[in-house]
Ligand binder design. Structure first.
Ligand code: G4F
Length: 330
């Protein structure tokens, strides 16, 4: 019998790659979709168009983390073996503008899901996508699963709450629940408001003469950037292990926003200094510091490994945007 998975946040970057991975492995996949005014499901469009998959092995349901009845109904109907909880307000900068709804979705939404699982007679396994932002200003460099939580923004606080609740429900109610402490992970499907995609897209647009310049915030800011396709494999592996636990998914390397800019513009043969300017509108009130992850536990216990290097990833993202933006026929 096919295993059944439920994914919250299925239309996002990670949700779409995870859906492909699970379908390839023979799963039936149910996805939770928010009923918003935007009908953007472009990351799933190929699966949508495939009649053998959509409504056969892939099902989408309207439900929301702030509307527990709808979510409970979907869980009851789908009866999943595994739940991958990826949904939430994921933009750190925006969390300073909308802290209450960030906490409502990301913190309380996770708690509500845990409460639903707690009540089920046959409890599905749960993967929760936590974030390196729970470490904020970390005491340890690099960070691992034992590093203290010291978030510096509303998003990090919400994720820290959700992270700890997952551990509490695992220890108290025997739920097979795992936290993935996800460091930044990117791909050609990354949302355009995250810095790597913003840069890669702009480099391509400038090269094609569609745009003239790129405004950014702090160019010296550094992150541990990996490839989203590797990170969804980690999510899957966490739920196949014999015991539940928390795992850091990271590369162990730091690169700066300026490094992303340089590689993206080099990829299209341009000198970035002629096109990039700093704009205070994109500076954040507080930045986390030295967020570098140590993924040894995931590597040793789950056999997780990453397959693409940073330079290769940024070049691939830029070339993908160049292709997407190129006028047809050019
Ligand atoms: O791409 P970012 O917006 O990602 P951020 O804030 O690190 O968050 C991402 O990774 C987290 C995991 O560690 C996730 F939990 C979270 O959901 C999300 O996926 O910004 C990266 C860096 C920051 O230091 C930011 O200040 O880039 C800097 N930056 C500089 N100029 C900019 C810009 N960020 C954005 N979005 N836009 C700019 O113009």
């Amino acid at each position: 019998m096919s295993k059944i998975a439920l994914i919250t946040g299925i239309t996002g970057q990670d949700g779409s790659y995870l859906t492909e991975l699970l379908l390839e492995r023979g799963y039936v996949v149910h996805g939770v979709v928010r009923r918003t005014s935007s009908l953007d499901r472009s990351r799933l469009k190929d699966l949508y168009a495939d009649s053998e998959t959509y409504k056969n092995r892939l099902f989408l349901h309207y439900a929301d983390l702030d509307d527990p009845t709808t979510l409970r109904r979907v869980i009851f109907k789908a009866a999943p073996d595994e739940i991958y909880h990826l949904a939430g307000q994921s933009h750190v900068g925006l969390s300073f503008e909308i802290p209450e709804s960030t906490c409502e979705m990301t913190a309380m939404g996770t708690l509500r899901l845990l409460e639903m699982i707690r009540d089920l007679p046959k409890k599905p396994r749960l993967f929760h996508a936590a974030s390196s932002e729970i470490f904020g200003k970390p005491t340890d460099v690099p960070q691992d699963e034992k590093t203290s939580l010291r978030p510096v923004n509303p998003y990090g606080c919400a994720k820290a709450f959700a992270f700890q609740m997952v551990a509490v429900y695992r220890d108290t109610f025997g739920i097979f629940a795992c936290n993935g402490i996800m460091y930044n992970h990117e791909s050609p499907r990354r949302g355009e408001n995250f810095v790597t995609r913003k840069i890669c897209r702009a480099a391509a647009a400038i090269k094609l003469g569609i745009e003239k310049e790129l405004s950014l915030g702090d160019l010296s800011s550094k992150r541990d950037w990996g490839d989203a396709r590797d990170y969804v494999v980690g999510m899957f592996l966490a739920l196949q292990h014999e015991t539940p636990g928390d795992y850091v998914f990271a590369t162990g390397e730091l690169n700066s926003v300026e490094d992303v800019v340089r590689i993206a513009f080099e990829t299209v043969g341009l000198d970035w200094k002629q096109f990039v300017k700093q704009d205070p509108r994109f500076m954040r009130p507080a930045e986390p510091q030295r967020l570098i992850g140590n993924p040894s536990k995931a590597e040793l216990q789950l056999g997780w490994k990453r397959t693409r290097a940073f330079t290769q990833l940024i070049a691939e993202m830029t070339l993908s945007d160049l292709e997407n933006l190129r006028p047809t026929g050019a």
